[in-house]
Design a binder for this molecule. Structure first.
Ligand code: PHE
Length: 444
């Protein structure tokens, strides 16, 4: 059997917490806020919610089912007596996507850690507001600063994964997730008490219907739903491989999807009121969290503390996600017989190296472009936009069409009617939506 060291979650709560920890990450705070900001706020939120409910959640349940059925890694998850061996290629692809995403995710997470420390030691709070955009450009352009923080973050990730499922990942999630929940609520409470906060709320909750006319919004919403839930990268398959009992998969999936979405909304309720209260532009793009917010922290009362809290939140949320990305290839390696510690260190080192071009891409390799994008953006596009839907399609086709119904319906944890509806979504709606997504991206 796999689970060479018999490692597993202590129970359902441990599994759900770890899965929520994986889902909640840079995607909920950094990515969600700028994508929502660029796509008109409330209208985006509405479409995003629908994407989570209609496509993300059913796919998440597929992954829980696949993982818990195989009790193994992503490669075993795609094997079945009736499936050609070629299917394992889908598992290989999933592990590759997780690895690639980890390589640059750690770079951005490194920036967040750097900012956290810079708020703690007072260097950032000491800067005047006008100097902040330049400070960010200087930092990411610095020849080795970005690399240094990328390395430190990757080491932290490897340490947690090396410690194992129960003693590493579950323990960290039990510790961090409640702290993150309390912090994001406190931040939102504070942001809402600012004069002018209501404009931020209106941006997030009062739709401007005309935004729905832009096709880009739908692409952005589906992409964000997949990225934020953490589906189609093998992570949820791998995590579900460590559950001891296959009960109530559907309610676990609902808990994870709901927790993840709620967190993004509350984070939005913290970020947009702050942005609007101080007259900043919500459509600032990826630098929203690293430039716009610090500019506001520089002038708002108690800004230093808010900065410390915000960047701790961002760094810790990124850690629980990065760990899950690393666990995907590590699980494959341990099943192939490598000791966990060795696998964690070796694969993290490779991801560290693979991330070097992304880390240098905003600095000394700034001139290097791949298909008109910077290096980090190009890797992100390849992994999170192109390969990710491919893995997603493999997941739903495998569960919907390859596995016999007798192995899916009864284990879904759904009442018969709901189970049939779910299967119909998995067979038709989800693959079509992902195909359209891919097609529009490539040819649109
Ligand atoms: N879902 C995480 C986030 O929102 C990112 C992630 C993607 C984590 C894939 C694991 C797997 O930031």
């Amino acid at each position: 059997m796999h689970q060479s060291n018999n490692d597993a979650w202590t129970g359902r709560a441990g599994f759900i917490l770890a899965a929520i920890g994986s889902a909640i990450g840079l995607g909920n705070i950094w990515r969600f806020s700028y994508v929502a900001g660029e796509n008109g706020g409330a209208a985006f939120l509405l479409v995003y919610g629908l994407c989570v409910l209609l496509i993300g959640l059913p796919v998440l349940l597929c992954e829980f089912l696949l993982g818990s059925r195989a009790r193994g890694d992503v490669l075993t998850a795609f094997s079945h007596p009736q499936a050609p061996r070629l299917w394992r290629g889908a598992g290989v692809l999933a592990a590759l996507v997780a690895f690639l995403i980890l390589s640059y995710y750690s770079v951005i997470a490194g920036w967040a850690c750097r900012y956290f420390i810079a708020y703690l030691d007072g260097t950032l709070p000491a800067l005047p507001r006008a100097a902040i955009p330049q400070a960010f450009s200087d930092f990411i352009a610095h020849p080795w600063q970005s690399l240094l923080w990328h390395t430190l973050f990757m080491i932290l990730t490897a340490v947690v994964v090396a410690a194992g499922i129960e003693r590493g990942i579950e323990r960290m999630s039990r510790l961090l997730m409640p702290v993150l929940a309390v912090m994001v609520i406190l931040l939102a409470g504070y942001a809402l008490s600012l004069p002018g906060a209501s404009r931020g709320l209106a941006f997030l909750f009062t739709p401007d219907w005309s935004a729905l006319a832009s096709p880009g919004l739908y692409l952005a919403a589906l992409g964000q739903a997949f990225f934020s839930l953490g589906v189609a990268m093998g992570v949820m398959i791998t995590y579900a491989g460590y559950i001891r009992s296959r009960e109530r998969l559907a309610s676990s999936a609902v808990a994870v999807a709901f927790g993840d979405t709620l967190f993004a909304v509350v984070a939005g309720m913290a970020i947009f009121p702050i942005v609007f209260a101080f007259g900043m532009d919500p459509a600032y793009g990826p630098a929203l969290a690293f430039v716009t917010l610090p500019q506001v922290f520089a002038i708002m009362p108690g800004g230093m503390w808010i900065g410390i809290a915000f960047f701790f939140l961002l760094s810790a949320a990124a850690l629980t996600s990065a760990v899950s990305l690393l666990e995907v290839p590590v699980a494959v390696a341990t099943r192939l017989g490598l000791p966990r510690r060795f696998a964690a260190v070796a694969i993290a080192s490779c991801a560290l190296l693979a991330g070097v071009p992304s880390a240098l891409g905003s600095g000394i390799w700034r001139e290097v472009g791949i298909a008109g994008r910077g290096i980090l953006e190009a890797v992100d596009f390849l992994a999170a936009d192109l390969l990710l839907p491919l893995v997603g399609i493999a997941v739903v086709v495998f569960v919907g069409w390859v596995l016999p119904r007798t192995e899916t319906l009864p284990h879904s944890g759904l009442a018969p009617f709901l189970a049939r509806t779910w299967l119909a979504v998995v067979r038709y709606l989800a693959p079509v939506a992902m195909l359209v997504f891919l097609f529009t991206l490539v040819f649109g």
